[in-house]
Design a binder for this molecule. Structure first.
Ligand SMILES: [Cu+2]
Length: 184
């Protein structure tokens, strides 16, 4: 158990460049192992890509991207902008992808100056008429236990499941290692 958790924590450092101190996970919750770099780490330049798009029911997705993980990393994040054009709130409850054995919808927050992340067990709410941005340092798809690590310039298919809108397939553009966003 411990080695696996340490591996995961090390892989998660991809979210912050130049991590100063990965802390030990205190709890039994595997997500407690996601200790991040201190906020304010230097950011890499955005990649020049448009990102994947998809629509299902009242849900519109654009700017879908992921990034190549550093060598040996077991995780990577997925990012996009999700808009709910309907009059009822929906939720992104889960997703699947051929590149990861364990996909989870995560949120990240700064606690005591350290970025930590956790799985959203109830999913991620997309408010009626609202837009939620999945981006580094915030909400994200978490590809855990990468079976085929994404390569810069490539594409990664994901299938998102929304509570009301249902399933939708989306293709994520793969940005270089350490990219913090896309430019259009
Ligand atoms: Cu995560």
């Amino acid at each position: 158990m411990i080695p696996a958790r340490l591996l995961l924590a090390a892989g998660c450092l991809v979210f912050g460049i130049g991590a100063a101190a990965a802390q030990t996970a205190p709890a039994a919750d595997p997500h407690a192992g996601h200790m991040m770099a201190p906020a304010g780490s230097p950011m890499a330049a955005p990649a020049n890509m448009a990102g994947g798009k998809a629509t299902i029911g009242e849900i519109r997705i654009e700017g879908g991207w992921t990034r190549q993980p550093p060598p040996g990393a077991k995780v990577s994040g997925g990012f996009m902008t999700i808009t709910n054009t309907g009059k009822v709130a929906d939720r992104l409850v889960s997703f699947t992808s051929p590149i990861a054995a364990k996909p989870e919808v995560h949120e990240m927050a700064v606690t005591n100056g350290v970025m930590t992340m956790r799985a959203l067990d109830q999913g991620l709410e997309i408010p009626a008429g609202g837009t939620v941005v999945l981006k580094p340092g915030s909400f994200h798809l978490m590809f855990i236990d990468l079976t085929a690590p994404p390569t810069a310039g490539g594409k990664v298919p994901v299938t998102l499941t929304f509570e009301k809108a249902g399933k939708v397939e989306l293709t994520l553009d793969v940005a270089p290692i350490g990219a913090m966003g896309l430019t259009k």
